[in-house]
Design a protein around this ligand. Structure first.
Ligand code: FES
Ligand code: MG
Length: 586
């Protein structure tokens, strides 16, 4: 039987008796509510149970969430096995390819939808079904702000397809084949054939992209049960995880009444950052973890991240840092195995949704020592120290990020000439022009693709290699922008340069022909011009662009709200009014 939910002094009711819309006569409000829900066929008995809400983020536009109907069935089974009442409800659904201008633009909207629906509707605990990149951070941000007992479930990764005898999967291979197509190595017929193989089933991208990263991060944070990140979407194991989440919500979460803010402490976030580093996770993960912690008023900065990186090797051999896919990661033991390898470096006393500590959860997990080659030990890693490195300097006073585990080592200590594109549109027009003055030793700079400039900080940071160089066989160049990069991508890419160009950051002041110096060893990224020159260019920028920035902020609707409130990458791109110190609403 479901536990009776813990009562706090100002919360004496549970189930349908909670959160009544009453204008003075509470009994009448409950009477009305019962009458309406009975219209859906409920009996009076069902109305006396505690409720586990289930967030349905399925949508015809979201193949990454294509198994949500089955997951809901499995969660319901788990909830009812424990004698509670499951009630599903929708929120915003986001898919990377169907979220214009970007899914990042909408992440905070989804977090607000999640928070407000959790606060508006009666439920004692909730299972949140997320999956595609921005959905898991949006749900964790919303759950932290609503602060009701919550467990995160992910949809799971898609299966891999095959092409010409080789396994392929979204979306590292999408990019690799497209680059070969641009270079003339793959023809029209073949590229169309590959297109039908890249996404072989419902579920999230099959490599260590942002979705897989955030699934692993949710587990390491303690907001998802151990072993829940890696089972692929179409498998029986995935459905059993869903059933387990339903049972967990209907028992432990109700009994202990542990809310996200009771579970998450700074140490949980440090475990999450270690996980991100050890799996060679997506650069987007840094922004999301910062934003989630920001909802608790916990400030995580790039220096914290760098410090953890010094003692966290990359252990997981998955694309884009390595060679394999999420199916292989699952077979190799998934997140519990990674935590097992990192056991000397993580906080084992951090609490989790199971009501126990991470150390206790791990100890209850048997058979983590079998032989496999996907998850390495700390003594024989894929990459010796942190795969993600922050950079600071005159080009990025508030920081920038580079995924060194996916970069070309030769490009990480260099000084070279910048070739500048002022916007994504400018780049699209000129990058393939035979007249473009560019050589393989140049640095490609793209301005105005930050949170405001993009807008929505598009994943355009992976600038394509100019066609005339690609055809000569050039595979990598140093590229710098204030945008993001898909977690499934690789290359020598400096991202998240802050302050962004649209705010007049130094990135806006770079001109073709300037020299830029990067030293990953020294964590440095400098624009090599004099201070006087920098100040003169800044003055000129303000005269030309300040008015445009103000006009953007005066826009109507969500666009205006976003333009006024979004923070920089170093603060997680959350809205100012959503992050920071949290005060319980009355
Ligand atoms: Fe949804 Fe990659 S597009 S996870
Ligand atoms: Mg992605």
């Amino acid at each position: 039987m479901a536990a009776q939910p813990t009562e706090s002094p100002n919360q004496k009711e549970w189930g349908f008796k909670k959160r009544l819309t009453s204008y003075g006569d509470k009994d009448f409000a409950l009477f009305l509510r019962k009458a309406f829900i009975k219209g859906a066929g409920y009996s009076s008995d069902a109305l006396d149970c505690p409720i586990v809400g289930i967030i349905d983020t399925g949508s015809g536009y979201n193949p990454c969430h294509g198994n949500v109907p089955q997951l809901i069935e499995a969660i319901k089974r788990g909830v009812m096995l424990e004698g509670a009442l499951p009630v599903e409800f929708p929120t915003v659904s986001l898919h990377e390819s169907f979220a214009h201008p970007t899914s990042m633009w909408l992440r905070n909207l989804m977090s607000m939808d999640t928070e407000e629906m959790l606060k508006a509707q009666p439920m004692d605990a909730v299972v949140m079904i997320g999956g595609c990149d921005k959905t898991v951070p949006a749900q964790l941000m919303g759950a932290l702000s609503a602060n009701i007992p919550s467990v995160q479930l992910v949809t799971g990764s898609m299966l891999t397809g095959s092409h010409g005898g080789k396994r392929v999967g979204a979306c590292t291979d999408c990019r690799a084949y497209w680059a070969r197509y641009r270079a003339g190595e793959v023809d029209e017929v073949e590229i169309e054939e590959v297109n039908s193989q890249l996404v072989a089933s419902v579920g999230t991208c099959s490599v260590m992209g942002t979705a897989s990263t955030m699934a692993c991060v949710a587990e390491a944070l303690g907001m998802a049960p151990l072993g829940s990140a890696s089972p692929p979407a179409p498998t029986a194991a995935r459905m059993r995880v869903a059933e387990r989440c339903g049972r967990l919500a209907a028992t432990v979460l109700l009994e202990d009444g542990k809310k996200p803010r009771d579970i998450l402490q700074k140490k949980n976030f440090e475990n999450a950052m270690r996980m991100l580093l050890a799996i060679g996770g997506s650069t987007n993960g840094v922004i999301h973890i910062t934003a989630i912690a920001g909802r608790m008023g916990i400030k995580l900065d790039l220096q914290d991240f760098d410090k953890l990186g010094e003692t966290t090797p990359v252990l997981v051999d998955l694309k884009p840092s390595g060679m394999n896919y999420m199916e292989d990661f699952h077979r190799a033991g998934g997140v519990p195995r990674v935590l097992h390898e990192l056991r000397d470096r993580i906080h084992l006393d951090a609490l989790t949704v199971t009501g126990r500590t991470l150390g206790e959860d791990l100890a209850a997990y048997h058979g983590l020592d079998f032989e496999q080659s996907i998850i390495r030990s700390v003594s024989s890693p894929i990459y010796p120290t942190g795969g993600l490195v922050p950079l600071f300097g005159t080009l990025a006073p508030k920081g920038a990020l580079i995924k060194v585990s996916a970069a070309s080592p030769a490009l990480l200590e260099s000084r070279a000439r910048a070739v500048v594109f002022t916007s994504a549109a400018d780049m699209a027009t000129r990058i393939d022009s035979p007249k473009l003055d560019v050589s393989e030793s140049d640095i490609l700079v793209l301005q105005n693709i930050g949170p405001i400039g993009g807008p929505g900080m598009p994943e355009a940071g992976l600038l394509p290699i100019p066609k005339k160089l690609a055809r000569k066989g050039v595979k990598d160049m140093l590229r710098i922008s204030d945008g993001r990069m898909s977690g499934t991508a690789g290359g020598s890419i400096v991202l998240h340069v802050s302050p962004e160009a649209a705010l007049g950051g130094p990135l806006a002041l770079v001109r073709t022909g300037d020299e830029i110096e990067i030293s990953v060893k020294e964590r440095r990224l400098d624009l090599c011009i004099s201070e006087d020159e920098m100040a003169a260019r800044k003055q000129e920028w303000s005269e030309r662009h300040q008015g445009q920035l103000e006009a953007k902020r005066a826009r109507r609707g969500y666009e205006g709200l976003y333009m006024r409130e979004v923070t920089g990458a170093e603060d997680g791109c959350d809205f100012r009014f959503l992050s920071g110190e949290w005060i319980e609403s009355t």
